[in-house]
Write a protein that binds this ligand. Structure first.
Ligand code: PHE
Length: 345
């Protein structure tokens, strides 16, 4: 009967007006009753055919309004339930509970020492230069004044790329010197940290890969005294304000004159005797005035410019600082070892 259908619409409308929802369950009940696939509004659409022709339009409109009303109510309840859930969650948050422990990462000791060295030189105007680890023969050796028959060029000491006599894993960060000198105009003041490779047997004291930091300063009138002063500044920043240094004559193909720098470590205990071979002095780096041949190779006029360079290993300094007795620990990435540095920045 059509009149019953009219009545039913009014009933559902009233029901909708009175409906309330305050949780997920009642929201779902509401959805099923008014919007689900077997909702109570749907069958009323079937009643249209029983309505007199002139009232069909009105009946249809009323039904559509009813359906719309149900949808509006649902949207309203849905957002109310959501915001209630949110505020409940906030209230149940106990701010006095201890926080969940979380694992903090740690810096690798090599990075710690390397960053320290970089920041010491950055303070006096050096900028970081980074270059490739796969290098060509020219930048690693030839430009650096290293003669053809130098033992470092030997397969025994250098990793060449497969079937190549041209490409190799750089044996020192001095290759960055030639890279920078051929691409930048003086004045040049760079610090170049990075990984280097040598074909050495792995033991507690040496590894086939390690890290160096290279320094290069090229300008007009740069003297050996400038170098000594710069390295003294570095040693005191790194090892304490009273640190003593000494420069011993040495030889590198790319510097002339060349030297090795020692810092006075002291002879307080047996380990000091062992690591300094009883002298109290510890070798830290190699250095020297850039050989004019190197400047010429890199198209810098040695009559106008001069400069100094130095290179130091990182592993040994890290091992001394943290009393690490085996270099291999630095490359194994055992978390039990690495975690010990989590408090160091
Ligand atoms: N490249 C040298 C080495 O690996 C160190 C060095 C760098 C010496 C710069 C002098 C100048 O031992």
């Amino acid at each position: 009967m059509a009149s019953e259908a009219w009545q039913k619409i009014d009933e559902v409308l009233k029901e909708l007006e009175l409906a309330t929802c305050d949780n997920k369950d009642s929201l779902e009940q509401f959805r099923i009753r008014y919007l689900g696939s077997k909702n109570i509004i749907k069958p009323l659409f079937g009643e249209i055919r029983n309505v007199e022709n002139e009232k069909k339009k009105e009946f249809g409109q009323k039904l559509n309004e009813l359906k719309q009303k149900a949808e509006e109510k649902f949207a309203q309840f849905q957002s109310e339930v959501k915001s209630k859930e949110r505020s409940d969650a906030q209230q149940s948050l106990d701010m006095t509970l201890p926080s969940e422990p979380y694992n903090q990462g740690s810096r690798h000791p090599i990075s710690i020492v390397m960053n320290r060295i970089i920041s010491i030189f950055e303070k006096i105007g050096y900028v970081v230069a980074e270059e490739r680890e796969i290098e060509d023969d020219w930048h690693n050796f030839t430009a650096m004044n290293t003669p053809e028959d130098h033992p470092a060029r030997d397969m025994q000491d250098t990793f060449y790329l497969k079937d190549s006599t041209q490409y190799l894993l750089r044996t020192h960060t001095s290759s960055v010197q030639s890279r920078v000198m051929t691409t930048q105009e003086p004045p040049i003041r760079i610090i170049a940290p990075g990984r280097v490779y040598r074909n050495e047997t792995i033991s507690a004291r040496s590894h086939c890969q390690f890290h160096q930091v290279e320094g290069l300063y090229i300008d007009k009138d740069v003297s050996f005294a400038d170098m000594k002063q710069t390295l003294l500044y570095f040693a005191r920043e790194m090892y304490g304000p009273d640190t003593k240094i000494r420069l011993r004559p040495s030889y590198f193909p790319f510097t002339e004159p060349s030297a090795e720098m020692d810092v006075y470590w002291g002879l307080k205990d047996e380990t000091d005797y062992r690591i300094t071979k009883g002298t109290g002095w510890l070798e830290i780096l190699g250095c020297g005035m850039v050989d004019p041949n190197v400047l010429e190779n890199c198209k810098i006029d040695p009559d106008v410019y001069s400069g100094f360079a130095f290179g130091m290993g990182i592993e040994r300094q890290a091992m001394l600082k943290y009393k690490i007795s085996d270099i291999r620990l630095l490359f194994e990435n055992d978390v039990r070892f690495l975690r010990q540095f989590s408090s160091v920045i």
